[in-house]
Write a protein that binds this ligand. Structure first.
Ligand code: GTR
Length: 448
């Protein structure tokens, strides 16, 4: 494709900002283009010119029914749904995320730091090393003090290292590869004190513990460093002789990591491992859904602005498409997935079925009104389409007849909200997630 007009140049620049290649709206377009080039030196930014942001240009499509089995038979009962579940998961593994190894890996866990004085004395902070035969991951836990019984928890991975989620100087710096970020003092891919608290806005820790929940997190790069050469230092090395994982992607590795964090919580008396909800933003929202879809020990899942190959319908080809995501992030997926570029209608599944794999456990999908890259309407429609499976289980859901206006939510075991603003995870989102958790993890509130 060639740049034909000034109009297409400005479309490109706007798209660069949209795709998160610039942080928020603060960076100018030239910087965004430079950033894109640095992160994706072998991808032409012209690929972004294909992006559709017009509802009228969404192609006609037909979704695979959530109430039809992989073998093509109608599903009319919860029992039939359950017996089709593994086949449906296998479709996502085979065509999209790759197979997650089921081989057990031995792990040694060790609390390496602990203090009851965290968050102004409100929380117990624990840093736990999980050592998978030499591959080490550090889990950070904040758990409310002054509660006798074990508490429910939000469990999710973070983007830049545990030390970026709070200003707390006791949090250990990650030793894993982190993306270069000169403006936050990250040079030579090593975290430094300079980027402590960089993502504090995404983690209202005091609010979370005040409401009676623990937060459990780890740096996603501890499981799989998020770049094309990341495989060499990823947990894939633990399964080197396991043929089934040859086509495993990074999203799969992050999801696997979330399950291993849950394994640890099963031994932690302070946390009720039967009441753990996965949470993730953007690419980590994709991992949140895939982790909870596969691992039914998770009590619920939250997907925040997860977009393409998260909660958004691929067949809409709105915002980020299969073609774009597999060009920019090939290591996230099984290699076969890129064959569905511009052939989304050939995919045997679409993302509403990933959401449905949570059933009958509660699931929450959230979008942001300016996050066109992630296709808010596609996220809403996928969530809506998943409700049919909850009805099979005899569960009442909200009516998803119309997309809520920005600032509004649809509550219930299948929840959705549209926050005003950009691609991010903010207090508005957390307040809704906490209410959702009050309903389904604490049974404190009436929920529809
Ligand atoms: C974008 C990517 C999205 C989303 C996002 C993020 O660049 O295209 O799929 O994952 O990054 O994780 O912030």
């Amino acid at each position: 494709m060639h740049l034909q007009s000034v109009k297409s140049l400005s479309t490109l620049f706007l798209t660069l900002l949209l795709c998160g290649c610039g942080e928020g709206g603060a960076v100018d377009t030239a910087k965004a283009l430079w950033k894109f080039y640095q992160e994706f030196p072998d991808v032409s930014p012209l690929i972004l010119l294909d992006i559709n942001q017009q509802e009228e240009q969404v192609p006609a499509y037909e979704l695979p029914s959530v109430l039809r089995s992989v073998a093509g038979k109608p599903i009319t009962s919860a029992e039939q749904w359950k017996s089709n579940r593994e086949n449906l998961l296998a479709q996502f593994a085979e065509h999209i995320y790759g197979w997650t190894p089921d081989k057990q890996v031995s792990v040694k866990s060790r609390v390496i730091e602990s203090s009851k004085l965290a968050l102004n004395g409100k929380a117990l902070r624990q840093q736990v090393e999980l050592d998978f035969q030499g591959h080490k991951v550090t889990v950070l836990i904040y758990r409310p003090n002054n509660v006798a019984e074990s508490v429910p928890a939000f469990l999710g991975l973070n983007f830049r290292g545990n030390h970026t989620i709070s200003e707390d100087p006791a949090v250990l710096l990650t030793e894993s590869w982190v993306p270069e970020d000169e403006s936050h003092g990250v040079l030579s891919n090593r975290a430094t004190d300079a980027n402590r608290g960089q993502r504090v806005r995404r983690y209202p820790l005091e609010l979370i513990v005040d409401r009676g929940y623990a937060l459990v997190t780890a740096y996603y790069g501890d499981f799989y460093p998020d770049h094309r050469g990341g495989l060499a230092n990823s947990v894939h090395g633990l399964f080197i002789n396991d043929a089934n994982v040859a086509e495993w992607g990074a999203i799969g590795a992050w999801s696997w990591g979330m399950s291993r964090m849950l394994d640890y919580l099963e031994q932690d008396e302070g946390i009720d491992a039967s009441r753990v909800v996965t949470i993730g933003h953007s690419r980590l929202g994709k991992a949140s859904l895939w982790a909870a879809a596969q691992d039914q020990r998770f009590a619920a899942a939250i997907s925040n602005n997860s977009g393409a190959v998260g909660a958004a319908l691929s067949r809409r080809q709105f915002g980020e498409t299969v073609k774009i995501i597999t060009a920019m992030f090939p290591h996230w997926f099984t290699t076969e997935f890129k064959n569905y570029s511009e052939q989304e209608d050939k995919l045997p599944v679409d993302q509403h079925q990933l959401i449905a794999l949570l059933a009958p456990r509660p699931v929450y999908v959230a979008s942001a009104s300016e996050d066109h890259w992630a296709d808010p309407r596609g996220e809403f429609l996928a969530t809506s389409a998943a409700t049919g499976v909850y009805h099979l289980f005899g569960m009442a859901t909200n009516k998803f007849s119309a997309m809520p206006v920005a600032g509004e939510a649809l509550t219930g075991p299948v929840s959705y909200h549209l926050r005003t603003g950009k691609h991010d995870l903010l207090e508005f989102d957390w307040l809704h997630y906490l209410n959702f958790a009050d309903c389904y993890l604490l049974a404190k509130a009436s929920c529809l």
